[in-house]
Design a protein around this ligand. Structure first.
Ligand SMILES: [Zn+2]
Length: 433
C-alpha cells in the first residue's frame, strides 16, 4: 500500500496510508462548559514537512488516546479527509483528517529520511495586527514578563480571569499573549518562574486580535502608593515601580540553602538539611539568592526582595557559582557583584509576598527588572474558549505529558536555555472581542 504524502491529500477522500510524526495533541473544550470535551485534536507532520490538523470525536477517543504520544512516528491507515475549517484554522491545508472507528494507528520504527520534530506556523510580531485570514497562529519569543491572573471583562457583561505574557522577538519587538478563564486559572506559574533565564516560550494556535489598553495597565506606582495598598486585596497583582537601590540589608542573609527541586529553605535544625516537602537532601544544598534591597524614590524608602532566578538574571551569575566557585560562603558578607547593585536605578516589577502571621506587612518581591517599557506592545490574544493541550509537545521524555491544561512542558536545551511550550487549540465559535 502506497504512502500518501500529506501534501497530496484532498478533502472528501479516504486515505489508505500515511506516515507521520504526531507533533502535539489537545482537547478542544465546549465554549459554554469547560468540562465538556468537544473533540480531540492533533497536528501531524510528514517527511516532506507538510503539516495537517487531525481530529476525532470524544466518543472514539478512548480507542486512540492511549496510543497517541507526541513525538512518536505512526503509520495510520483508513483515515478520512474532510474540508478544513473556514475559521480558526489550525494548519493551513485544504483538508483536515478525521479518525474513524476503522482507522488503524500503529507506532513504527522509522528509519527513513529525517522527519521534522515540530510543525509551527510562527507569525512575525510586526504582522500580528494585520493577520485576519482565519488562521490561528503560533508565536515564539523570549519571556519578558508575566501579569498574574486578574479579573477583567472579556465580553459584554462578562468578567473573566485573565493572565498575560509579554514576549520579545529577536529584534526586541513586543507581543502580548493573553490566557483567559480556566487556562489562566490553571497555569502553573511557579514552574515557569523557577526556570533559568532566558526562558523561550511557544504559544500555539493563538488568535491575533486588536489590542486594547497597553502595557501601562501593569499599573505603575510610586513607593508611597505601593505601601498604601492592602496586600490582601492585591495578592494577584504585579506593579511597576521605578526606584533606586540605595543599600542592601546584610542582617538577613543574602542567600539561603535551598532544595534543588522546590527552592524552599532547608531545615538544618536536626543536622542533615531537610526540605519540608522533599525530605533529606542528597549532596550539596543549593544556595539561592534572597537579597534585601533597600530602594528609594523621591518620597519613600522600602525593601524589595530580589530572589532566585530574577536575582540571577539581574546579577548575571548564579548563586551557586558565587557561593561555591567564587567562595563567597559567608551569607552575611555581600559579594562585590551583589553590592554593585547599590546605586542602580531600575524599573522593577513587584508583587506582594504571602501574608505573614506575625506582621501586618508583606514582603515586596521583585518578579522582573525591566529595561524599557516605553514601546507599546502588539497584541496576540487567546479567546476564552481556546483549549490548552493536555498532552503537550514531547521531545524529551523526562517532562512528558502533564495532566492539567496549561501545565508548561519544559525541555532542557542547555544549561542556560530552556524552552517552554504549551498548546492552545482551535475553537469552533470564537466570541468577538
Ligand atoms: Zn523541596
Amino acid at each position: 500500500m502506497e504512502i500518501t504524502p500529506l501534501g497530496a491529500i484532498q478533502p472528501f477522500q479516504q486515505v489508505a496510508k500515511i506516515q507521520v510524526r504526531l507533533c502535539r495533541i489537545w482537547k478542544t473544550k465546549d465554549q459554554k462548559d469547560e468540562n465538556e470535551v468537544k473533540s480531540i485534536d492533533c497536528v501531524m507532520v510528514d517527511v516532506q514537512g507538510t503539516g495537517i490538523h487531525a481530529t476525532m470525536e470524544p466518543k472514539i477517543k478512548s480507542f486512540f488516546m492511549p496510543k497517541l504520544i507526541p513525538g512518536t512516528i505512526y503509520e495510520i491507515q483508513e483515515i478520512v479527509a474532510v474540508r478544513n475549517r473556514k475559521f480558526n484554522i489550525v494548519v493551513s491545508h485544504e483538508a483536515m483528517l478525521e479518525f474513524r472507528r476503522k482507522t488503524k494507528v500503529k507506532a513504527i520504527q522509522y528509519d527513513g529520511p529525517a522527519m521534522p520534530l515540530h510543525f509551527f506556523n510562527f507569525i512575525k510580531y510586526e504582522n500580528i495586527a494585520a493577520s485576519k485570514d482565519g488562521q490561528l497562529k503560533d508565536v515564539i519569543g523570549y519571556l519578558e514578563g508575566i501579569q498574574q491572573v486578574q479579573r477583567q471583562s472579556c465580553n459584554r457583561n462578562q468578567i473573566e480571569d485573565k493572565m498575560e505574557f509579554i514576549l520579545l522577538d529577536d529584534r526586541k519587538n513586543k507581543a502580548r499573549v493573553t490566557l483567559w478563564a480556566s487556562y489562566a486559572r490553571t497555569f502553573d506559574q511557579q514552574t515557569l518562574e523557577a526556570q533559568s533565564h532566558p526562558i523561550i516560550v511557544v504559544f500555539t494556535s493563538v488568535k491575533p486580535t486588536n489590542f486594547r489598553g497597553g502595557i501601562q495597565h501593569l499599573q505603575k506606582k510610586s513607593l508611597e502608593e505601593l505601601l498604601l495598598l492592602n496586600p490582601n486585596d492585591n495578592q494577584n497583582n504585579h506593579f511597576i515601580c521605578e526606584a533606586t537601590i540605595v543599600d542592601i540589608d546584610t542582617k538577613p542573609r543574602w542567600c539561603y540553602k535551598a532544595c534543588h527541586t522546590c527552592y524552599k529553605k532547608l531545615d538544618e535544625s536536626t543536622g542533615a538539611p531537610v526540605c519540608p516537602q522533599h525530605g533529606i537532601i542528597n549532596g550539596l544544598p543549593l544556595p539561592w539568592y534572597k537579597i534585601h534591597c533597600i530602594v528609594q524614590d523621591d518620597v519613600e524608602q522600602t525593601t524589595f526582595i530580589l530572589m532566585g532566578r530574577t536575582a540571577e538574571k539581574a546579577l548575571n551569575i548564579t548563586c551557586y557559582n558565587l557561593f561555591y566557585e567564587q567562595e563567597n560562603s559567608n551569607p552575611h558578607v555581600l559579594p562585590t557583584v551583589v553590592s554593585n547593585l547599590i546605586g542602580c536605578q531600575k524599573l522593577f516589577q513587584v508583587r506582594f509576598g504571602k501574608p505573614k502571621l506575625s506582621s501586618s506587612r508583606c514582603d515586596l518581591i521583585v518578579t522582573y527588572i525591566h529595561d524599557d517599557f516605553s514601546q507599546s506592545p502588539i497584541a496576540l490574544t487567546l479567546s476564552s474558549q481556546s483549549s490548552l493541550s493536555q498532552t503537550l509537545e514531547n521531545t524529551s521524555k523526562s517532562f512528558q505529558t502533564p495532566s492539567t491544561p496549561g501545565t508548561p512542558y519544559i525541555e532542557k536545551k542547555s544549561s542556560t536555555k530552556r524552552k517552554l511550550a504549551f498548546q492552545s487549540g482551535g475553537e469552533e465559535n470564537p466570541k468577538t472581542r
